[in-house]
Design a binder for this molecule. Structure first.
Ligand SMILES: [Fe+2]
Length: 168
């Protein structure tokens, strides 16, 4: 199972880089939100969860390889692209941000499902429990975004129509 272990560690590093990227993006995006208090509160809550996820992954990485992850990992770059900092300068940034967050949560969900399967193959039950806990948080966030994409879009359109500040 040497190759399986190598893959497992590589995916773990990618997941850690992905969460580090998420911390950066969520920090920048939540700071800008002004007129969407529910979205801001939920994203701040998820930012807290994400910080704890990154810590848990770092602990696993130390256990398995002793090597810290870096932001140069491929998944981190994918994450940066999907999270899309450029959305911040758009006139409809709140809806772009929500759509990107929705996509990003699904990238995270896929990543943790892969890690859960790899941990299962390797018999790493403790690591698997960590991934399952994180997966539940990502799924909850994705569901919240799914439920709120329509209302956020309506509020945006309503504010924009009335020349209120709509974009964030
Ligand atoms: Fe997430």
């Amino acid at each position: 199972m040497t190759h399986a272990k190598d893959n497992f560690i590589a995916w773990l590093k990618s997941a850690h880089a992905m969460e580090e990227q998420a911390i950066t993006s969520l920090t920048a995006q939540t700071r800008r939100l002004e007129n969407y208090p529910d979205l801001k509160a939920r994203m701040l809550e998820h930012l807290d969860e994400t910080r704890r996820q990154a810590e848990a992954l770092q602990t696993l990485l130390n256990d398995f390889s002793g090597a810290p992850s870096t932001l140069k990992d491929i998944a981190g770059r994918i994450a940066a692209t999907v999270h899309g900092i450029p959305a911040l300068v758009m006139s409809d940034e709140v809806v772009k941000f929500t759509a990107q967050a929705y996509a990003f949560e699904h990238l995270e969900i896929a990543t943790y499902r892969m890690l859960i399967t790899a941990a299962d193959e390797l018999g790493e039950t403790e690591a698997q429990a960590v991934f399952k806990r994180i997966l539940a948080q990502e799924t909850a966030m994705a569901t919240w975004l799914e439920d709120n994409l329509d209302p956020i879009t309506r509020v945006f359109l309503m504010r924009d129509e009335r020349d209120l500040q709509a974009k964030r």
